[in-house]
Write a protein that binds this ligand. Structure first.
Ligand SMILES: Nc1nc2c(c(=O)[nH]1)N[C@H]1C(S)=C(S)[C@@H](COP(=O)(O)O)O[C@H]1N2
Ligand SMILES: [Mo]
Length: 425
């Protein structure tokens, strides 16, 4: 077996290579792999699943399909790194429930018949229609949309966790456009003022549980303050009508928050004093407040855990790719970093497992929540080497070298320092 293939297989075990890349590396056709037991489990698994474009019309078939019933797909890193703003045909997708037909394609969905009800602890409920939203002043925000399960597969370095084994590609950098939530509230006459005791906004999606599932609708609660400071009702993505598959016609978007809090097909916003006890708020989509030993179960309460709200500081190496064989000398390391609380102020790279760190060049984007691109020229010794990266935000939040310190039973909020293994010639 060639070294390249061996490394590719190691990577399949950890990260999942895109099927075609594996086949290309092997120099084999799908036919030829049939007689190779044990090899290419992943490639075969992909062959048994529906292709991305069959699930969602317009999605690229280079996507890694994780689940072809509700629709869960990941962007291969090789594709993700090609675009400063992630195009809709390769943006990751994560559905928990089923929505027909809006959730099945990348086209826009008519705003005319869509309504969002605003209710709960308010003087009286109001309704905002899609058409009203389209007529209000619009704001755009470039931001990272990231599943809180992104990077979950890396927790297997300690104990494998349940759920989709995302590598790096459960995220993208997109531009949402729409109306700031505070402007929606102010647009009513009289303005909608939540009662003083309101602490959360609970958003409900119009999607229904898969047939036979006993789950309720998809709901999440977010803190009122952030929702009013940065939240919006989005009706566009990347300058086009919001694709049905990504929550069109109307999606709640809270920049800096994990993907799951960005409720697609939003139908109701409730102003409440407590977080909802919907299964998607508790016990799903939560992490323990205090570290727990990998492998330990925990019964979540609102007190001992936090919802997947603000994204943890994170960075991903785009170049070199894991397994690359490089000429001796300096190595160009580049990638992206982002956080959920504050802008990234520093990115550091290391070629000696963290004994010393070198500051990378960092580009500051116009938006706090967008990808911050970094690059560095790093001196790397010959042989098999590991190149590390970590980011630090303005508040001093950073990334643990050993990301498994944040181990939790559902594998959420991975933010361990990223690394790639390379061979320097
Ligand atoms: N209504 C609704 N909103 C939802 C979901 C869902 O299943 N239903 N999934 C959430 C999760 S877990 C993620 S990661 C993001 C995925 O967004 P995307 O499919 O546009 O990439 O949507 C979130 N919003
Ligand atoms: Mo997610």
């Amino acid at each position: 077996m060639s070294n390249t293939l061996k490394r590719a297989m190691d990577r399949i075990a950890e990260e999942k290579l895109e099927r075609r890349e594996i086949l290309r590396l092997m120099g084999l056709t799908t036919m030829a792999t049939a007689g190779l037991p044990g090899i290419l489990q992943y490639a075969r698994a992909q062959d048994e699943l529906k292709a991305a474009s069959e699930l969602i019309a317009g999605k690229s078939d280079l996507m890694i399909v994780h689940n072809d019933r509700v629709g869960v797909m990941e962007t291969p890193l090789e594709l993700l790194r090609e675009h400063a703003v992630t195009p809709k045909d390769i943006l990751y997708l994560r559905n928990n429930q089923i929505l027909e037909p809006e959730g099945r394609n990348l086209g826009g969905v008519s705003l005319d018949d869509w309504t969002v009800e605003l209710s709960g602890l308010v003087a009286f409920p109001r309704v905002v229609t899609g058409a009203m939203l389209a007529a209000m002043p619009q704001t755009e925000v470039e931001m990272v949309l990231q599943c809180s399960g992104n990077g979950r597969s890396f927790y297997a370095r300690a104990v494998r966790t349940r759920g989709t084994q995302w590598a790096h590609g459960g995220m993208g950098n997109v531009t949402f456009g729409g109306v700031m939530l505070r402007d929606v509230l102010a647009s009513f006459d009289p303005p909608l003022n939540p009662r003083p005791e309101v602490a959360f906004i609970t958003a409900e999606g119009a999607d229904a549980p898969p047939e036979g599932a006993s789950r309720p609708d998809f709901e999440h609660s977010v803190p009122l303050e952030d929702a009013l400071n940065r939240g919006m009702l989005a009706i566009t993505m990347n300058g086009e009508p919001l694709p049905g598959a990504h929550g069109g016609p109307v999606r709640l978007v809270i920049p800096g928050y994990y993907g799951t809090m960005n409720v697609k097909w939003v139908s109701t916003l409730r102003f409440e004093t407590e977080e909802t006890n919907n299964v998607n708020q508790i016990p799903r989509y939560r992490v323990p407040k205090d570290p727990i030993e990998p492998g330990t179960p925990i019964d979540y309460t609102f007190d001992n855990s936090t919802a997947n709200w603000r994204q943890r500081v994170k960075s991903v190496i785009f170049e070199p790719l894991n397994g690359a064989e490089l000429a001796a000398g300096t190595v160009t390391v580049r990638g992206v970093a982002w956080g959920g609380d504050a802008p990234i102020t520093m990115v550091q790279v290391s070629a000696d497992n963290g004994a010393s760190w070198q500051a990378a060049n960092l580009q500051t984007p116009g938006s706090t929540w967008a990808w911050h691109h970094f690059s560095a020229e790093l001196e790397v010794a010959s042989g098999e080497q590991r190149i590390w990266v970590r980011a630090i935000d303005e508040l001093g939040n950073s990334q643990p070298l050993n990301g498994t310190v944040r181990w939790n039973p559902s594998g959420y909020e991975w933010n361990g320092a990223d690394y790639v293994d390379v061979v320097i010639g």
